[in-house]
Design a binder for this molecule. Structure first.
Ligand SMILES: *[C@@H]1O[C@H](CO)[C@@H](O)[C@H](O)[C@H]1NC(C)=O
Ligand SMILES: *[C@@H]1O[C@H](CO)[C@@H](O)[C@H](O)[C@H]1NC(C)=O
Ligand SMILES: *[C@@H]1O[C@H](CO)[C@@H](O)[C@H](O)[C@H]1NC(C)=O
Ligand SMILES: *[C@@H]1O[C@H](CO)[C@@H](O)[C@H](O)[C@H]1NC(C)=O
Ligand SMILES: *[C@@H]1O[C@H](CO)[C@@H](O)[C@H](O)[C@H]1NC(C)=O
Ligand SMILES: *[C@@H]1O[C@H](CO)[C@@H](O)[C@H](O)[C@H]1NC(C)=O
Ligand SMILES: *[C@@H]1O[C@H](CO)[C@@H](O)[C@H](O)[C@H]1NC(C)=O
Ligand SMILES: *[C@@H]1O[C@H](CO)[C@@H](O)[C@H](O)[C@H]1NC(C)=O
Ligand SMILES: *[C@@H]1O[C@H](CO)[C@@H](O)[C@H](O)[C@H]1NC(C)=O
Ligand SMILES: [Cu+2]
Length: 573
């Protein structure tokens, strides 16, 4: 009896102990980091550039946290440019001050100054990333943000043996800030990049790059997780691995219903988590990415970046020989069919609650445009075709950033004259958006306009591409929210017939939608996060031209539905 009860007591205390142990483990953590933004010599493609980096690293440091953890990142600007950091895809519930886009949620951190970003990641798992959100600095200022399940929780798929982030980037054999400044001065298209990169390396199809080609090790029979991020500035990319199929299990830090594919297509801003199984002959296989270029007659970088998937048991190449790994077949640059098949394969893992009674039914046209130059204008500043300057817009408003206040500060402090709240809910003129658009419609109006949303309103946005100037695929990113993608299609959205295509059961949840070239997409979200949230094309060349707008989401009732007070060290202009 006595023995039994002491065993019971022992078991009981063991149970209590393990509970405590479990609880201790599951308590969210706070991670502190210093990000020193600085100029660092980086040698690529036979030349050295003074690139702007974080802590001297290119790409920058990978941050790894668990769902529920808090990040505290002190950004110290030792570079000669203004800078801000954006935590791409993080919802930033009530912490819009930490979102980062310059002149939207904060003024830039000037050279010599610092700012501490403080935020909690809640309810998101998978791969996100961070990047500069000031001019074109994100060309080299970016890194992965990996969110593991809470401790004690597991993935909703087979536990991978290894996990490897693969950040796809874009490299100029020049200073990217000079490239954007030149384009802004001339009004023409910016110089295209000289290479794409995987984890900062172009790979051995480029000159002077073979020694540093990224190796991704695998062991026969393993199943590994690759976290692919498109961090390129201006280009959608196809991605394949020779002889290996990929099973997509997540995107933009949400899990998806697994599907298998040979090719991924990611627009800048998008992430895709895939499982690969090392079930091929032990050898070396290229991992490769190159452009998906949807526009006609627009110059693009047509090079191919590679890394090498290397089986540990692969026979060593004999000394002096250079046996090339197997190259995957990548789709043609203009293979919209493959891009579409991939983009439309995404589903949420199970039935989700899609907002149904819509409070705000919005219709946004997005696309390029041109400003015609007055006859007396300097020809050097009108170098787009036919003496024009490139521009871009949403609902015919070409977005202009303020320069004396951030939108969020102006809103919070009630400062007038910084923005207006008349961003149109629908395009001012209806036309055949994807047809041969009359030249009289090509020139948008510049403006700093936001669209106001009541806290908790259920929002639908039909995003309609136009063929003004040039039709193309646009990766449209919304800050502060994940949204459901209900449907997409080609041509003009038709509310009479296209609503029947809506997936109201298991649509994917994402932060960036790949808007089909000459097509449309429909997204829905609930405006449950107060603040000012930028929605923009994630091709930096297009945001530079004004392809953006912002939602102003009002506070709800009480503290938990309201924006937190601004941090004391928030930079002012
Ligand atoms: C852009 O390319 C042109 C032509 O190759 C070159 O002359 C120019 O210097 C480049 N501009 C920048 C900023 O690199
Ligand atoms: C590599 O260098 C050679 C010789 O300078 C040049 O002809 C070739 O175009 C370069 N290739 C690439 C991919 O830059
Ligand atoms: C890439 O573009 C260059 C310049 O237009 C062209 O000469 C070359 O053939 C193209 N390469 C590929 C692989 O398409
Ligand atoms: C893609 O480009 C090739 C030439 O490179 C052309 O023959 C083909 O018609 C194009 N396809 C589409 C869908 O535009
Ligand atoms: C330039 O203008 C001419 C005459 O109006 C027109 O035919 C041509 O298509 C225009 N070019 C471009 C690239 O818009
Ligand atoms: C901010 O700048 C705008 C545009 O230049 C100007 O109209 C406005 O008066 C300025 N506001 C303040 C408070 O300085
Ligand atoms: C587009 O319309 C313009 C003006 O109406 C016409 O000159 C041009 O030929 C048309 N282009 C096409 C491809 O139909
Ligand atoms: C945009 O606004 C300008 C100025 O009012 C007008 O000329 C142009 O036709 C409009 N374009 C569209 C697509 O609404
Ligand atoms: C840097 O930011 C300040 C506002 O904080 C602005 O006045 C200044 O023009 C910016 N500098 C550059 C080079 O953009
Ligand atoms: Cu775009």
């Amino acid at each position: 009896m006595e023995a039994m009860s002491s065993i019971a007591t022992l078991l009981h205390s063991f149970f209590l102990l393990s509970c405590l142990f479990f609880l201790a483990n599951a308590i969210p953590k706070t991670h502190h980091h210093d990000f020193v933004v600085q100029s660092t010599p980086v040698k690529r493609l036979c030349n050295t550039q003074n690139a702007i980096t974080v802590n001297g690293q290119y790409p920058g440091p990978t941050l790894e946290i668990n769902n529920g953890d808090t990040l505290v990142v002190k950004v110290i600007n030792r570079a000669r440019y203004n800078v801000t950091i954006h935590w791409h895809g993080v919802r930033q519930m009530r912490t819009a001050w930490a979102d980062g886009p310059e002149f939207v949620t904060q003024c830039p951190i000037r050279p010599g100054e610092s700012y501490t970003y403080r935020f909690t990641v809640q309810g998101q798992e998978g791969t996100l990333w961070w990047h500069a959100h000031s001019s074109w600095l994100r060309a080299t200022v970016y890194g992965a943000l990996i969110i593991h399940p809470r401790e004690g929780d597991s993935y909703p798929f087979q536990k991978p043996k290894r996990e490897t982030p693969l950040l796809l980037g874009e490299w100029w054999d020049a200073n990217p800030i000079d490239v954007v400044r030149e384009a802004t001065r001339t009004g023409g298209g910016p110089n295209i990049s000289d290479a794409y990169t995987i984890n900062g390396q172009p790979g051995d199809l480029y000159n002077c790059s073979s020694k540093e080609t990224v190796i991704v090790p695998v062991d026969s029979g393993e199943t590994n997780l690759l976290r692919v991020v498109n961090s390129a500035l201006n280009q959608q990319l196809f991605f394949s691995i020779a002889n290996h199929k990929m099973t997509v299990v997540g995107a933009d830090a949400s899990y998806v219903k697994p599907f298998t594919t040979n090719t991924l297509m990611l627009g800048p801003g998008q992430t895709t988590d895939v499982l690969i199984t090392a079930d091929q002959t032990p050898s070396r296989y290229y991992i490769a990415a190159r452009a998906y270029a949807s526009a006609q007659n627009v110059p693009f970088d047509n090079t191919t970046t590679t890394a090498i998937l290397e089986y540990k048991s692969a026979p060593c190449p004999a000394k002096g020989t250079s046996i090339r790994p197997v190259l995957p077949s990548l789709p043609a640059f203009n293979d919209t069919a493959t891009a579409t098949k991939f983009s439309t394969s995404f589903r949420s893992p199970r039935k989700v609650e899609v907002p149904t009674t819509i409070d705000e039914s919005l219709f946004f046209t997005v696309g390029l445009g041109v400003n015609t130059c007055p006859s007396g204008a300097n020809a050097n500043t009108c170098q787009a075709p036919n003496r024009t300057r490139f521009t871009a817009s949403m609902n015919n408003v070409s977005f202009v950033l303020p320069s004396n206040f951030s939108l969020l500060q102006a809103h919070h402090q009630g400062v007038p004259g910084v923005f207006t709240t008349d961003f149109p809910a629908a395009p001012p003129v209806k036309f055949d958006y994807t047809g041969n658009v009359s030249r009289s419609l090509w020139q948008p109006i510049p403006g700093t306009k936001v669209y106001k949303l009541k806290y908790g309103s259920k929002v639908q946005v039909v995003i309609q591409g136009t063929s003004i100037s040039t039709a193309e695929n646009h990766p449209i990113h919304l800050h502060g929210y994940d949204f459901y993608i209900l449907a997409e299609g080609f041509g003009n959205y038709n509310p009479k017939t296209d609503t029947s295509k809506f997936n109201l059961v298991d649509p994917p949840l994402r932060n960036t939608v790949s808007l089909p070239v000459k097509g449309w997409a429909v997204i829905r979200f609930v405006a449950d996060n107060p603040g000012v949230w930028l929605m923009h094309c994630h091709l930096d060349v297009h945001i530079t031209w004004g392809l953006a707008m912002a939602f102003l989401v009002e506070n709800g009732v009480g503290e938990l539905e309201s924006l937190e007070p601004p941090p004391a060290d928030l930079p002012v202009c």
